[in-house]
Design a protein around this ligand. Structure first.
Ligand code: PEP
Length: 254
């Protein structure tokens, strides 16, 4: 069975003092309540806090970035390269989050370039995919998500694909309090796994697919009980230590 993974996307939230409290409380909760052999835990703070959080989190919690620039170091004002993220202590990076797709110009092609840049630097890309409400209502969710996946991974070899984490995040569920039902999420996860199997059967068994979108301490266990849901990408609830730890516990107990 794939080891569960719970990843906290802090989005543009945090201040030094609050980060310190949050990480300290999460570490204490994980120690007391969660078997670290059963679940990997990561957080994705705003980049300016990566160094701070890495220092606090030690080896217990992986630290990643919320974005990276697809180009190498150079004249790209305001951007951060994969090499800089590695230097700051990251081992993963979110790519293609719907907020970046809708507000910051992350097209499918750009997402693909970012995935390649992350892999080249040995960062784990957490590739975010998801349909809009309109696309779901018109019955296109599976095809939309599969197409996003195909474009983002075009040209990758099997060894590179095996290093991906995928996060299915229906856009209509992110930050809305409206969670996909376990059945809706499972259907998309199974479809993504069948896309992986088209590349290579073993890949489908290996790659972790997380669910994200208003996942919280109450609904996590039900979602994680689905056969193809390997954990969660957690936004709002990752800012509350007790809730985040409860979600990690649910993932570890699945
Ligand atoms: C996210 O931002 O990736 C996310 C899933 O947010 P939320 O849990 O707040 O819906």
């Amino acid at each position: 069975m794939r080891k569960a993974l719970v990843a906290g996307n802090w989005k543009m939230n945090g201040r030094a003092e609050a980060n310190s409290e949050l990480v300290t409380q999460v570490l204490a909760g994980l120690d007391a309540q969660v078997d670290s052999d059963s679940v990997d835990v990561m957080v994705f703070p705003p980049s300016i806090f990566i160094h701070q959080v890495k220092g606090l989190a030690g080896d217990k919690i992986g630290v990643g970035a919320q974005n990276l620039c697809e180009f190498g170091d150079g004249a790209f004002t305001g951007e951060l390269s994969s090499g800089m993220l590695v230097d700051a202590g990251c081992n993963a990076v979110l790519i293609g989050h719907s907020e970046r797709r809708s507000m910051f110009g992350d097209t499918d092609e750009r997402v693909a370039a970012k995935v390649k840049a992350a892999l080249a630097a040995d960062l784990t890309p957490v590739l975010c995919l998801g349909e809009s409400l309109e696309q779901r209502d018109s019955g296109d969710a599976l095809e939309v998500v599969a197409e996003q996946f195909r474009i983002a991974t075009e040209g990758l070899g099997e060894e590179q694909m095996a290093r991906l984490v995928i996060a299915y995040e229906p856009v209509w569920a992110i930050g809305t309090g409206r969670t996909a039902t376990p059945e809706q999420a499972q259907e998309v996860h199974a479809h993504l796994r069948s896309e992986l199997a088209k590349v290579e059967a073993e890949l489908a068994a290996k790659v972790r697919i997380l669910y994200g979108g208003s996942c919280n301490a109450k609904n996590a266990a039900e979602l994680f009980a689905q056969a193809d849901i390997d954990g969660g990408l957690i936004g709002g609830a990752s800012l509350k230590a007790n809730d985040f730890v409860a979600i990690c516990q649910a993932a570890g107990a699945r």
